[in-house]
Structures are given as structure tokens and as C-alpha cells.
Design a binder for this molecule. Structure first.
Ligand SMILES: Nc1nc2c(ncn2[C@@H]2O[C@H](COP(=O)(O)OP(=O)(O)OP(=O)(O)O)[C@@H](O)[C@H]2O)c(=O)[nH]1
Length: 312
């Protein structure tokens, strides 16, 4: 095969990685075709007129415009130029208006004609990132109802508890347990039971809309909702609304001794987290309120809050 500059340049132009070579001062010496094409399609001014452009300064410009990855890229390039690191590698998001995208950036040193150069290559890793995101989502969600699972719920509550502690804000937890669900399962079959759980999951999603909210499948026919930074009266109103919506689904449960249609009971608890307290107290309070709701007739909300929290 021909061993010429032209042949090597054609080879570099044929690969999908975006490659740019800079000198020790950051001045661009070479770019391959993929690099220029990517620049063109993303309206980068330096894509075709790159001669004399300082790549490191371009990273600076990106960071001034709020791109933290520009700062990381610059640090990485400088660490290889100063021989502090043998190479630099990082993954960064670079989303366009209509598409999620991720890239890797790799910086390696290159000695040519006794001069130091640095090869910076960018590779599109969007496919891998989307697959990883999908796996992460599957691990976070309950397989039947497609809402967060117990593990996600526990993590979320732990974080929200600490956030509300820092901000001195109230946090509410509602444990929602379907009434006489065993009778529904036994009478109509497990598959119909599953369909009910899916409907309840869909409904719960509508009750967890803000960033501090979550709904989750807590156990078999038990669900949970967290409403962070929410006063008890508002959580009580939401809980009652949820019970009414469950009845309005009109799911028959004719063997139930308490109602002809599927209902639920809710144990609701509110707390304003304090130092040395933890979220387990809130869970056990909501649990005991749920027990009370079941004991006192079902299809109702029982609530608890620390008396001092009520005064805030
Ligand atoms: N179809 C279906 N049923 C489930 C699932 N997980 C739990 N269950 C059923 O939920 C029922 C829960 O029964 P219990 O704990 O006795 O509660 P309950 O009948 O709702 O009675 P109360 O809570 O006292 O009103 C059991 O029959 C479980 O088999 C599931 O994934 N699918």
C-alpha cells in the first residue's frame, strides 16, 4: 500500500472519529474530514477555517458560555502537554436541539520530527450511553407497573429527607394499600389483579409531578408517595383526591365486605426532619397510620404529624 502523506490523510478522513492535532501551545495543525463535517453540521465557526486557531482557547470560550466540559477538556489537554499525565480521556454530553448525544474525548502525545504534538480525538458514543440509560431505568422501575421500585424509593426518600433537613421544610409520606386485594385476586384471577396494579401505578404518576415528589411500588399491593416541602393539609387533600380517583376507576371487587369497587387506605405522616433523626421514623409513622385506616373501616386517610411541625 502506498506510504504517502496523501494515503495516510485519506485513511484518517475515512474514519468516523473526529481528529484534531495541536502543537504544544494549543494551535491546531491538522483536522480530519469527520472533524470538519461535525463542525459544519453544528455551526462551529472554526470547522473549515481552523488554521492558526488555538484549541485550548476554544475550550475557554466554551466554558465562558457555561460549558463545564470546556474546563475539563482544557485541564485534560494541559495535563498531557505538561507531561503530568500520559493521556487524557473523558466522556461528555453534547446534546443538539433535537437529539441526545454523548462523546468521548481522548488526548495522546505524538512526537514527530523531534517536535511534540497532541492528538485529540472525539468519538460518538451515544448508542452505548442510551443503552446504559435504558439498563439504569429498568433497574429503577418496577417491572409490572413501570413506576419506581422500592429501592429507588428508599434512595429518593433518603435524599429528600436530607434536603428538607437542610432547608427546614416539611416532608410528607403516604403509604397507599389496596383494600381486600386478596379477595379481588382470588375472585377474578391474578391477571386481572395485575391489570389493577398497572392502573393504580398510572394513576399514582399523576400525583407525583414535582421534582421533590415520587410515587413507587412499595410492596405487592402497597404503594408509596413522597411529597417533599409540602404541608400536611395539602398532602391530606391530595390523599383524599387519590382515594376518590381510585374509586372512580370503577374496578369491581364484589367479594369485598366493605365496598363493591376497589378502594385503598392511606397512612399519611408528615415530619420536619431534625438533626439526629432519620426517615425510618417517618415510614413507621405512616405505617401505623395505615394500620389505623384499615382498622377503622378502610377507604380513608389517617394522618399524623409531629405537633411542633404543625405550628410551622
Ligand atoms: N395480582 C397480583 N397480586 C399481588 C401482587 N403482589 C401482591 N399481590 C396480592 O395482594 C394480596 C394482598 O393481600 P393481603 O396482604 O391479605 O391484603 P388485602 O387482601 O388487600 O387486605 P387488606 O390490606 O387488609 O385490605 C395477596 O393476595 C397477594 O397475592 C402482584 O404483583 N399481582
Amino acid at each position: 500500500m502506498e506510504n504517502s502523506y496523501e494515503a495516510l490523510s485519506l485513511i484518517l478522513d475515512s474514519i468516523t472519529e473526529h481528529i484534531v492535532v495541536i502543537d504544544g501551545n494549543g494551535i491546531i495543525q491538522y483536522t480530519n474530514k469527520s472533524w470538519s463535517e461535525f463542525g459544519d453540521s453544528n455551526a462551529c465557526a472554526i470547522s473549515d477555517d481552523w488554521r492558526g486557531v488555538n484549541y485550548i482557547e476554544e475550550c475557554d470560550k466554551a466554558s465562558v458560555m457555561g460549558d463545564d466540559f470546556g474546563i475539563q477538556a482544557k485541564k485534560g489537554i494541559l495535563s498531557v502537554i505538561s507531561k503530568e499525565a500520559p493521556f487524557f480521556y473523558f466522556e461528555y454530553p453534547c446534546h443538539s436541539i433535537d437529539e441526545k448525544r454523548w462523546f468521548t474525548m481522548r488526548v495522546t502525545a505524538l512526537k514527530m520530527s523531534n517536535r511534540d504534538y497532541f492528538v485529540i480525538s472525539h468519538q460518538n458514543i451515544t448508542e452505548r450511553k442510551l443503552a446504559e440509560e435504558e439498563v439504569r431505568n429498568l433497574a429503577r422501575l418496577d417491572g409490572l407497573t413501570d413506576i419506581p421500585n422500592r429501592r429507588t424509593f428508599d434512595e429518593f426518600l433518603h435524599n429528600e429527607w436530607r434536603r428538607c433537613l437542610r432547608l427546614n421544610k416539611p416532608i410528607c409520606l403516604a403509604i397507599v394499600d389496596l383494600d381486600h386485594f386478596k379477595l379481588l385476586n382470588d375472585h377474578y384471577g391474578h391477571q386481572i389483579g395485575d391489570e389493577c396494579l398497572i392502573k393504580i401505578g398510572k394513576l399514582l404518576k399523576k400525583f407525583a409531578c414535582r421534582p421533590g415528589d415520587i410515587c413507587a411500588r412499595y410492596g405487592g399491593e402497597e404503594f408509596a408517595l413522597i411529597w417533599a416541602d409540602t404541608p400536611l393539609e395539602q398532602a391530606e387533600r391530595l390523599s383524599n383526591e387519590l382515594l376518590a380517583k381510585i374509586v372512580a376507576l370503577g374496578i369491581p371487587n364484589e367479594r369485598s365486605p366493605t365496598d363493591d369497587y376497589l378502594t385503598a387506605s392511606i397512612g399519611l405522616a408528615m415530619s420536619v426532619p431534625e438533626k439526629d433523626s432519620n426517615e425510618r421514623e417517618l415510614i413507621s409513622l405512616a405505617d401505623s397510620m395505615l394500620y389505623r385506616a384499615k382498622e377503622s373501616g378502610r377507604n380513608k386517610v389517617e394522618l399524623f404529624s409531629h405537633p411542633e411541625a404543625l405550628q410551622r
